[in-house]
Design a protein around this ligand. Sequence first.
Ligand code: HEM
Length: 407
Amino acid sequence: MIDPELRKQVPAHVRDDQIVMYDYVSDPRIAKVGDVQLGMHLLHEEAPDVFYSPCNGGFWVVTRLDIMSKILPDTDHFSNKELVIPRIVSDAVMIPLNLDPPEHLQYRMVLMRHFDPKSIRAMEPFIRAWANKLIDKVIAQGHCEFAEEIGAAFPVSVFMELMGYPLDQFEEFRRIVHAFFAPETTPEERVKVQTKILETVAVYFDERRKEPRDDLVSKLLQEKVWDRPLTTDELNSIGFLLFLAGLDTVANTLSFTFNYLAQDQKMQERLGAHPEIIPSFVEEALRRFSIVQQPRLVKADVEINGAQMKAGEMVVCSLPLAGMDDHRNPMPEVFDVDRKDRAHLAFSVGPHTCVGNQLARLEMRILTEEWVRRIPHFWRKAGTEPERRIGGVAALSKLFLEWPKPN
Ligand code: HEM
């Protein structure tokens, strides 16, 4: 029996049996289980495959991979224009993420030309060099706080080098990125940091306009849409999205992955002895520790698995639930590098599939290769427990690792 007060908060077209409490930002299931993805997986038992949560302003939740695979590419019924829960009607546009067809494709191609397999392969030497520089900084001390010192620092370094940003400003960049994503940052502070990011992005487009170099900022300045150059606003919006899309996501996926690896000594030995299985290890990590809850705005009424979704409502495809879907991955809680027919949607699916997915996979592979080669035996510091959060991008912080000090 649904509490009548709760029922009043739910639109009339939602049936009682479709209502389940699920908090997008701090669902109690996570704390109960002490594992973000396993906590979310409880929904597979407790809720219908598509349900309505009255929390966070009210939104639909999809829990199965096959249904997400229909919704995410369906641009006739679902839009990327608004991607915030609770819904905030806003004119701010991150290009290409917030665009729908047909204009989306023109802008996406601008980025795809620089994130194709050949361009990604060419990045391998400097990505490996960065992995080693960061390991150099901590290896002698026999311990580190992985989430900040490695997980966050690594993608920021790679991103700065890729864009051609001055590496002596590394600490400043890390400070900005940290401030933007830190949960304690207030919405007002976040707006200030957002302005700072946009200013920073704009400064380097200006500099490279005068003096081009061999970096992504200079290359983007040469790009065209509909046979005209990108405007300053469009360039800044793309730069801003790259800043947000490729840093926190890689950092958190690495933290979840290394938190697991620190507790599985046999896996450490296996990866050290057989580095050729590291690509499968990365894929299994992306499945088991998927982090993005991907919203869509319903733009035309549609029925999905008996749920009447109305234009203007929000729906969330919780991508961690796709990896944990026991219809597709038997015993999804088990981390199994040898898993057959593994299925996940860590990078979404359809026209907005993550542009940086090959770069993210490469960063994860290289860091794992270099780490297990140089620190073959490590563990989580006794008595410590990382902090975990969900929200749009799930996060794991305060990951204290230890290993024997080299002689
Ligand atoms: C493990 C790391 C990463 C994860 C889990 C991830 C995940 C995602 C997801 C779920 C989307 C949204 C797709 C949608 O709306 O359906 C996305 C979009 C995007 N990502 Fe990533 N991402 C990662 C790393 C990166 C990196 C390294 C870059 C580039 C530097 C990047 C650039 C982008 C861009 C540009 C988009 C927008 C694509 C479009 O709208 O067409 N991402 N990513």
